[in-house]
Design a protein around this ligand. Structure first.
Ligand SMILES: [Zn+2]
Length: 424
């Protein structure tokens, strides 16, 4: 099997859980925050620094890597892991979100989506099959299906069409992966699999139902992810494909989307189409509603979310994986996340502030530099300002997630959740 997801602890009060996600390039402790390495780099950070911060998995953007340097060039380099010297897990998106968020540049058809490069205006086409092909060339550990993400607000009809198209594309992506690699060819929708909705013990392997036929690789039936035969296409053990549940904040459509994707039997499921402008209460409500529809024994990924508070609230609602550009993008714009809230480092009030960025933070930046100095770097446009703020913000996000996970493992998540929420 491509990946194994173990649940180590579940909170008795909320939906939160802690686990281990085994991938071809290493084990990820969940819940996990994935920094965004858009074009083969987390802006401003070296790979050594990311490792020292405890980053376990990076997100790569297929859209950007496809345009520059091009997936074939990355394939030639031995895949994205080798190209960027990141020997740890990588998740890649399908590229669809970027294409569609470029609005006038994208056009959605039944076959896929046409778009023009934001770099030179050249015309390109992404289909479910093409995104699988590109992500295989990148050598991703966890690949995402092409989905249609619609803007908020959208009509029931528009959302419904997007849900149906997302299901048809998910089926095509899964078939393409099986055809291109022989990976993930377990029978879909045969009705033999246990949905795992709350009736299975912890520590189960993904796809460990003895009743089903399982094919991990055409030349191998090895089930230990550390000893599997390399995939003939990506040259690493078979990658996995996650389905993406759509439906906006419409619960009826969320249920339809989840049920249709469950029939296709993915190794993990993402909640997409949130954090696109809906009120936060609706985002949390929809995330919880959707997470409850998904199998207990599969990882759940809330895409593009969010603030440190969102991580805590997402975990409480049963989410295992998160990604967001916020810690890195905000850092470059002089905005730091701290235990006392956001700090805008260009603010004149910090001109004579000798205190650390966050008095409660143990990161290398807070141990060494003053707010006064950080403000100076941003005001004068020194690149070190963005680098230091990025380091701190990523540390803050990863540390937040570590503390969440620790509280889950020690059975104190509910208290931790209440304590953090009660902060002014
Ligand atoms: Zn810090």
């Amino acid at each position: 099997m491509p990946i194994k997801f173990e649940i180590l602890a579940e909170d008795k009060v909320t939906r939160a859980r802690a686990g281990l996600l085994h991938t071809p390039h290493g084990v990820i402790e969940t819940p996990v925050f994935m920094p965004v390495g858009t074009g083969g780099t987390v802006k401003g950070m070296t790979q050594d620094e990311l490792e020292a911060l405890g980053v376990q998995i990076l997100l790569g953007n297929t859209y950007h890597l496809y345009l520059r340097p091009g997936h074939e060039l990355i394939r030639e380099a031995g895949g994205l892991h080798r190209f960027m010297s990141w020997p740890h897990p990588i998740l890649t998106d399908s590229g669809g979100f970027q294409v569609m968020s470029l609005k006038s540049l994208g056009r959605v058809t039944e076959d896929g989506v046409w778009f023009r490069s934001h770099l030179d205006g050249s015309s390109h086409f992404l289909s479910p099959e093409r995104t699988v092909e590109i992500q295989l060339a990148l050598g991703s550990d966890i690949m995402m299906c092409l989905d249609e993400c619609v803007e908020y607000p959208a009509s029931h009809e528009t959302l419904g069409r997007a849900v149906s198209l997302t299901t048809r594309w998910a089926k095509r992506a899964k078939e393409a992966l099986a055809r291109d690699t022989g990976c993930g060819t377990r029978d879909a929708g045969d009705g033999t699999r246990d949905s795992g909705r709350g009736n299975r013990g912890a520590g189960l392997e993904v796809g460990d139902s003895g009743a089903e036929t399982e094919t991990t690789h055409p030349e191998s039936q090895i089930t230990d992810p550390r000893s599997r035969t390399p995939c003939p296409v990506s040259r690493v053990p078979c990658p996995v494909l996650f389905g993406i549940v759509q439906g906006g904040t419409d619960k009826e459509l969320r249920r339809q989307s989840a049920e249709e994707l469950l029939d296709l039997d993915f190794e993990g499921y993402a909640v997409g189409g949130l954090a696109v402008g809906e009120p936060k209460s609706e985002m949390y409500d929809t995330a919880q509603f959707t997470a409850e529809l998904l199998p207990r024994d599969r990882p759940r990924y809330l895409m593009g979310v969010g603030t440190p508070e969102d991580l805590l609230e997402g975990v409480a609602r049963g989410i295992d994986m998160f990604d967001c550009v916020m810690p890195t993008r905000n850092a470059r714009n002089a905005c730091a996340f701290t235990s006392e809230g956001k700090v805008i480092l260009k603010n004149a009030r910090y001109a004579r502030d000798d205190g650390p960025l966050d008095p409660s933070c143990t990161c290398a930046v807070c141990r060494r530099y003053s707010r006064r100095y950080l403000r100076h770097l941003f005001v004068t446009g020194e690149m070190l300002g963005a680098i230091l703020a990025t380091h701190h913000n990523l540390h803050f996000y990863l540390d937040t997630m570590r503390r969440i996970r620790q509280s889950l493992l020690s059975g104190e998540f509910a208290e931790f959740h209440c304590r953090v929420r009660a902060r002014p």
